[in-house]
Design a protein around this ligand. Structure first.
Ligand SMILES: [Fe+2]
Length: 246
C-alpha cells in the first residue's frame, strides 16, 4: 500500500478535441440536447475542486459482485462470468485512491432491468445490473459480473450498441467526475456504433476497450478484463519550491 498525498491545486482543462463533441448528428439525441452557443470558461473554485468523500462503510458485501447481488439465495446471474479490474489514475499517472466507482450494464441477452427498456430479450430474474466499489490506496478497483450482450437501439434503421459496461467515477473534486463506457477487446460491433464513432481519434476509442487478461483470469471460474481509467489531473502544486509529491 502506498501513501498517496492528497493534492489541493486546480485541475487541468479538458482537452475538448480528445472527447466527443456535444453535437454529433450521427448520434441523434445529441442534436436536440447539445448547447447551441460556444462554452464559456470559468476558473476552478472550491465548489469544483472539492467533492463528496465516500467511506467503505457504505459498501455492502455483494456490491462488487453482480453475479450475486440481485440473485436468489443459491442462484446466480446467467452469462459468461468475468472479472473487470483496473486502476484509476489522473493525467499525471498518479493513482486516485478512495474514489467511488459505480457500474451498470445490460444482462447477457442485452436487456436492462429498466421500465423503458422494451427490447424483446428476456430479463434474468437473478441479475439486477448495477454495483459499486471504492478504489484502494493505489487506485485499484475490481468487480465480478457477467459479460453483457449487445442490444439494438432506436437511432438509425439498424443500430446496435456493442457489449459495454457504464461507469461513473467520483474523483476528489466535482470537475474530476467521469461518466464513461467500457468495451470488450475484439468486439467487431465497437466500430459500428454511432456513439463510439462520435469520438474523433481512434486512439481515444482504444482507451475505452478493456483488454482480455489471461494472467488475471481465474481458471474454471471467470475470465478477466483490464480497464484503466484516467481522470482529470490537478495542476502541479508548488510547495516549498518543490513540486508536491516529488
Ligand atoms: Fe448501455
Amino acid at each position: 500500500m502506498r501513501n498517496v498525498k492528497p493534492e489541493t491545486g486546480g485541475f487541468f482543462q479538458r482537452v475538448r478535441s480528445w472527447h466527443p463533441p456535444a453535437f454529433a448528428p450521427g448520434y441523434k439525441s445529441t442534436v436536440v440536447r447539445s448547447p447551441q452557443r460556444a462554452p464559456i470558461s470559468f476558473g476552478n473554485t472550491l465548489s469544483e475542486i472539492t467533492g463528496p468523500v465516500f467511506g467503505r462503510e457504505i459498501l455492502g458485501p455483494l456490491d462488487n459482485d453482480l453475479t450475486l447481488n440481485y440473485a436468489k439465495p443459491g442462484e446466480s446471474a446467467i452469462g459468461p462470468r468475468i472479472i473487470v479490474y483496473g486502476q484509476v489514475l489522473d493525467e499525471r499517472a498518479r493513482p486516485v485512491p478512495n474514489v467511488l466507482v459505480e457500474f451498470w450494464q445490460a444482462n447477457a441477452g442485452g436487456r436492462y432491468r429498466h421500465k423503458k427498456d422494451g427490447y424483446l430479450a428476456p430479463l434474468d430474474p437473478n441479475f439486477g445490473g448495477c454495483g459499486r466499489t471504492i478504489t484502494d490506496e493505489d487506485g485499484n478497483y475490481s468487480f465480478l459480473t457477467i459479460q453483457p450482450g449487445a442490444y439494438p437501439w432506436p437511432n438509425g434503421i439498424n443500430d446496435w450498441r456493442p457489449a459495454h459496461i457504464h461507469f461513473s467515477i467520483f474523483g476528489h473534486g466535482f470537475v474530476q467526475r467521469l461518466i464513461t463506457q467500457m468495451y470488450f477487446e475484439g468486439d467487431p460491433m465497437i466500430w459500428q456504433c454511432p456513439i463510439v464513432r462520435t469520438i474523433p481519434d481512434k486512439r481515444a476509442i482504444e482507451t475505452l476497450v478493456a483488454a482480455l487478461d489471461m494472467e488475471a483470469t481465474v481458471p474454471m471460474d471467470a475470465r478477466a478484463y483490464k480497464f484503466d481509467i484516467v481522470l482529470r489531473g490537478r495542476r502541479s502544486t508548488m510547495f516549498e519550491n518543490k513540486l508536491e509529491g516529488n
